[in-house]
Ligand binder design. Structure first.
Ligand SMILES: *Cc1c(COP(=O)(O)O)cnc(C)c1O
Length: 450
């Protein structure tokens, strides 16, 4: 029997073809004598690497249904690898002449996806740096007033505010893990709030803050609005959102700044976040001069509108290639992938709702499903969840754990002897999860019986 093929190894033929094309672009250059490389020694090391890497959890497989992890699309992987033979640096046009243009094009497509008709933006090493840049600009434009985000916002929001020396206050979330509008308005009424962060797709539960209501408050209280859609942004292309989430994504373009992570749901390798500003004039706040990097062009160098200096041109090349193959359009293949993962989450949630052994806090808004094991108390549910997590791993199903506020489970009537409930969490972010949903359920059942 043939062993299962997980890695579409034949795609390396395409890399070879593309490399030959790339090399031919430089045919005019005289050839260079290079020291001979010890191919045998390289091979030994490389095979050792392969054995070591085999200790990773199988993020590429549908039975990995834990954290936000999956490999990039093949076209992203190949384009990234191809560009490694050049290794452009998108700090300046001097270092990434072609890849900077590809970055600008790819980022403009993301801005359109987010609902911006004009924008300034660039790629970053990830969502944390992208959020940092957005809050850095917000701090400058709001005279360092208070930044608010829900207690379910990404933990880095508070930390990067501290790095920036900006006052940060968490606001309570509601039972659905969304920013609580009553609490938000109470805090706004006290004054001195400069910026509100709305998270469209929280990391723990995929909850979507009620953007339409936040925008209504903005017209009364006048604050800067930053949307952290690092995880959720691409879901605007899914066609099976509930109306609350749909209306939030439809209004993303009203935010002053937006973060979307192509390395979360954009099929990219790690090292690819994106920050977008609605008003291109914020570029002047980045203003600096670099005495040794900007020579070849009077045009904008991306390093002039980015806090990071060197940045991988390869990340831009991979993103450009992916969006070329799978345009970010409604009804396209890209959106179908998100729709499928979300369908898997809905289907599993239904099974749990129909089964007394489980308690779910609420129906998933995106593709992240959370649940706990029904018990007399929150502490007992937590212990049991941990056991199921371990038992599932023994069946080959990899789940994740999350500490969720006990208030999210109030409807189950468990004794509240703990502020949080250790819950199980499945990020069903691979389209294949849909076809595997029943098998995943069977393994959960097996783990419950163990
Ligand atoms: C992942 C995530 C971040 C942080 O992004 P990194 O790319 O991990 O630095 C920020 N906000 C949200 C909502 C996230 O899901």
């Amino acid at each position: 029997m043939k062993p299962p093929s997980h890695f579409d190894i034949d795609s390396t033929d395409l890399l070879r073809q593309a490399l030959e094309r790339l090399q031919s672009e430089y045919a005019g250059l005289p050839s260079v004598d290079r020291p001979t490389r010890d191919t045998k020694a390289i091979a030994e090391v490389l095979l050792e690497v392969a054995s070591r890497m085999g200790r990773e959890f199988p993020y590429f497989h549908p039975l990995y249904a834990g954290q936000m992890l999956k490999p990039p699309h093949p076209v992203a992987r190949l384009a990234y690898a191809l560009s490694m033979w050049i290794n452009p640096n998108n700090h300046a046009l001097d270092g990434g002449r072609a890849s900077s243009v590809m970055e600008a094009e790819a980022v403009a497509q993301l801005a359109r996806l987010a609902g911006y008709s004009s924008h300034l933006g660039h790629l970053t090493s990830g969502g944390t740096m992208a959020n940092l840049e957005a809050l850095w600009i917000a701090g400058q434009l709001t005279n360092k007033s208070v930044i608010l985000a829900s207690d379910q916002a990404h933990y880095t929001q508070g930390r990067i505010s501290a790095v920036l020396g900006l006052p940060f206050e968490p606001v309570a979330s509601d039972r659905n893990g969304r920013l609580d509008m009553v609490e938000l308005e109470k805090r706004l009424a006290k004054g001195d709030v400069g910026t509100v962060v709305a998270t469209l797709g929280t990391t723990a539960t995929g909850s979507v803050d009620p953007l339409p209501d936040i925008l209504k408050l903005r017209s009364d209280y006048r604050f800067r609005l930053h949307v952290d859609a690092a995880y959720g942004g691409y879901f605007t292309l899914a066609d099976n959102l509930e109306s609350a989430a749909r209306s939030a994504f439809d209004l993303m373009g009203a935010a002053d700044s937006i973060v979307i992570d192509p390395h979360k749901h954009g099929l990219q390798p790690y090292g690819c976040g994106c920050v977008l500003f609605r008003d291109p004039a914020v570029g002047t706040l980045y203003k600096h001069d670099s005495p040794y990097t900007y020579f070849t062009s009077r045009e904008l160098h991306l390093g002039e509108i980015s806090l990071e200096c060197s940045r991988p041109g390869a990340a831009a090349v991979a993103l450009w290639a992916t969006q070329r193959l799978l345009p970010l359009e409604k009804g396209g293949t890209f959106g179908a992938g998100l729709t499928a993962g979300r369908s898997a989450a809905i289907a599993l949630h239904r099974r749990m709702e129909a089964d007394k052994r489980f308690v779910t806090p609420f129906a998933p808004e995106l593709d992240i499903l959370t649940w706990t094991v029904r018990a007399k108390s929150c502490s007992e549910a937590s212990t049991k969840s941990r056991r199921v997590f371990e038992a599932a791993a023994r069946t080959g199903l990899h789940l994740a754990l999350a500490e969720l506020p006990a208030a999210m489970f109030e409807h189950a009537g468990m004794l509240k002897d703990r502020a949080t409930v250790t819950s199980l969490r499945s990020v069903l972010m691979k389209p294949e999860h849909l076809a595997w949903e029943e098998r995943i359920w069977r393994k959960i059942d097996e783990a419950m019986n163990a």
